[in-house]
Design a protein around this ligand. Structure first.
Ligand code: UDP
Ligand code: MG
Length: 315
């Protein structure tokens, strides 16, 4: 039997929180009855600086439901950082943590299989989406494209896995040693090691509330997912530079031949075109290098990842 902690980040989740809490309570009762988890297992809702009354709801759930704990972050730090805050807060009070979004779009019945796989000796169990019925077409396509792009860039991430996963205490302990500031957990966790396994996850529709992942948040996550783990974009710039050199050499040969044969055509359009082309390539190159320099800038600052304002913990 393990003492389980479920960590669930919440950002403006007024509409879905109470419902999710009761679904998790039912799951806990079931798992306790089956002898899979201890009675002092808990759910930790992490309020990621919501503007609505999410924290008030968590507080009242805490007052009435002994499995509910709460962690209130001082401001909105984003999904990845809220997950980290929750995991680090929970790790010393349990044998393992499952992270799941508080809209419970993931298949929470898979948590039982995660526990079985932990008992069988796995330290990390990834929920892998086998069906994305609940996701919009746009989300499905963008996610698939992103996962492909990421693996072509050599990033070692689990295909079709988001942040629904189980981690044992020692895996969490290992994660706590990562000093980086740009968090992309799906890329970091596979680098920990230990025995890992996967379970099937079916995504259902959000039962209430709207997606809190705005396009800009999604793009930022995707950019972190590549630039934090792969230097391939810089290699692409290098390859482009080499290609440009080849083109320039070809032009040189052409000019030489035209001069020798007397068929020289003085035209400014080709000149302008190449100027613009080279200008664009250089700008793109600088942009990509800038992304890395930007990251270094953030890393050297070593700011705290999050600041906890309050915590409500049943012992
Ligand atoms: N979330 C968060 N901070 C944010 C944005 C989202 O903690 O700044 C949480 C949100 O409450 C939810 C999870 O991250 O529990 C995933 O968000 P959402 O379900 O809106 O994303 P989607 O499932 O549409 O990708
Ligand atoms: Mg969701």
């Amino acid at each position: 039997m393990i003492r389980l902690g479920i960590v669930s980040p919440c950002y403006n989740e007024h509409d879905v929180l109470a419902q999710s809490a009761s679904r998790l309570t039912a799951l806990f009762n079931d798992l306790i009855a089956k002898g899979k988890i201890t009675k002092d297992s808990f759910v930790l809702f992490v309020n990621d600086g919501s503007q609505d009354d999410t924290w008030e709801i968590i507080s009242s759930l805490y007052a009435t439901n002994p499995i509910v704990n709460g962690l209130n972050l001082a401001h909105n730090v984003g999904h990845q950082y809220a997950l980290m805050a929750g995991m680090m807060n929970a790790k010393d009070r349990c044998d393992g943590v499952v992270t799941v979004d508080c809209d419970l779009q993931d298949d929470i019945t898979a948590i039982e299989k995660m526990i079985d796989l932990y008992e069988a000796g796995n330290d990390i169990v990834y929920g892998v989406k086998v069906s994305r019925e609940g996701d919009s077409l746009m989300k499905r396509c963008s996610a698939q494209t992103f996962y492909r792009l990421q693996s072509s860039m050599g990033v070692n991430a689990v295909y079709n896995h988001a942040d629904f996963r189980f981690m044992s205490r020692r895996a969490l302990e290992a994660l706590s040693q990562y000093p980086e500031r740009n968090l992309y957990l799906r890329g970091m966790i596979p680098t920990i090691g230990f025995r890992t396994a996967t379970v099937d996850d079916t995504i259902s529709e959000r039962t209430a509330g709207k997606s809190k992942y705005t396009l800009s948040k999604m793009l930022r996550l995707a950019s972190d997912g590549i630039t934090s783990f792969s230097s391939q974009p810089m290699t692409i710039v290098l390859v482009l530079g080499v290609l440009m050199l080849v083109v320039a050499l070809g032009m040189g040969v052409y000019v030489l031949v035209s001069l020798l044969t007397g068929h020289y055509v003085p035209g400014w359009s080709s000149l302008m075109l190449s100027m613009w082309f080279i200008g664009a390539v250089i700008t793109i190159g600088i942009g990509i290098c800038g992304a890395y320099i930007g990251k270094m800038y953030i890393e050297v600052k070593h700011r705290p990842l999050y600041i906890v304002a309050d915590q409500l913990l049943h012992d």
